[in-house]
Design a protein around this ligand. Structure first.
Ligand code: NAP
Length: 244
């Protein structure tokens, strides 16, 4: 039986994230050739490389590092089926205490790098019909969140960027969508204050964390040949009330 991602080339940032790690393993099982980025987590990166993926050490806040990564990707492939912007960074403070440096860092990693990578990899995406771009957003993009305005603003920016790109690239058969994976147990959330964790779980009608493995399976489905007509949308791995 043909695998869902046979012959697809996928680039995902943050392969070492909780969600990214699950997705990369699944995409490999589904037959994809996968290139992923990592930043500091070398042991998780080595695990993915052993499984068959190609790892790239990238600091998404650094233009020099980004440009090096783009050269590596251009040298490695002649066309790109799927680009997933999944890596993300937080530097949480209330706005009153938020430095410009922390504002810029989060914007650069979570939003500017997404614009820049997409723009620079478009020639490779144009070689495939359809090609797909996904951006990992968050419920906080729509709700806001106490003490993480920089992250929330960047994630809201991703939704506007995805919708705008969907309009600009539709005729070229490039689909651009955002995915909100819900509240997951990961490096990003593990050190949140207990009250914040409880509040986030309470927002889910099922009163539980989102399961990154299920989100990865959904993302893998979206990357495959059975989804060719949806663009400019935000998929929420959430209950209805959560995103109002
Ligand atoms: N966790 C949640 O509850 C939640 C909720 C809504 C949306 N999301 C979104 O879903 C996605 C995956 O989340 P997750 O919780 O699985 O992530 P995570 O486990 O916290 O991992 C974050 C990822 O971003 C990478 N990263 C951080 N700073 C970087 C930098 N300067 N340059 C390059 N890479 C950098 C990390 O690389 P290293 O580990 O190699 O350093 C890691 O791969 C993210 O976009 C996140 O915003 C998560």
């Amino acid at each position: 039986m043909k695998k869902n991602l046979s012959d697809k080339t996928v680039v995902i940032t943050g392969g070492t994230s909780r969600l990214g790690h699950s997705f990369v393993h699944r995409a490999l099982r589904e037959g994809a050739r996968v290139h992923f980025t990592f930043y500091q987590n070398k042991s998780k990166a080595e695990d993915l490389i052993r499984a068959g993926a190609t790892g790239h050490e990238v600091d998404l806040a650094s233009m020099e590092s980004l440009n090096r990564f783009i050269q590596e990707i251009r040298a490695a492939m002649s066309g790109l089926d799927v680009l997933i912007h999944n890596a993300a960074a937080c530097r949480d403070h209330t706005v009153q205490n938020l430095s410009e440096e922390d504002w810029d860092y989060v914007m650069n990693v979570n939003l500017k790098a997404v614009y820049y990578l997409t723009k620079k990899l478009l020639p490779l995406l144009f070689k495939k019909k359809p090609a797909k771009v996904f951006m990992l957003t968050s419920r906080v993009a729509l709700r806001g969140a106490y003490g993480t305005a920089n992250y929330a603003a960047a994630k809201a920016g991703l939704i506007a960027l995805a919708k705008s790109l969907a309009m600009e690239l539709g005729r070229k058969k490039i689909l651009v969508n955002a995915v909100n994976p819900g509240f997951m147990h990961s490096a990003m959330t593990v050190d949140l204050p207990r009250t914040a964790i409880e509040r986030n779980i309470e927002l889910n009608p099922l009163k539980e964390y989102s399961n990154p493995d299920e989100v990865a399976a959904f993302l893998s489905y979206l990357c495959g040949d059975e989804m060719n007509q949806v663009t400019g949308q935000v998929f929420h791995w959430e209950g209805r009330e959560t995103i109002l």
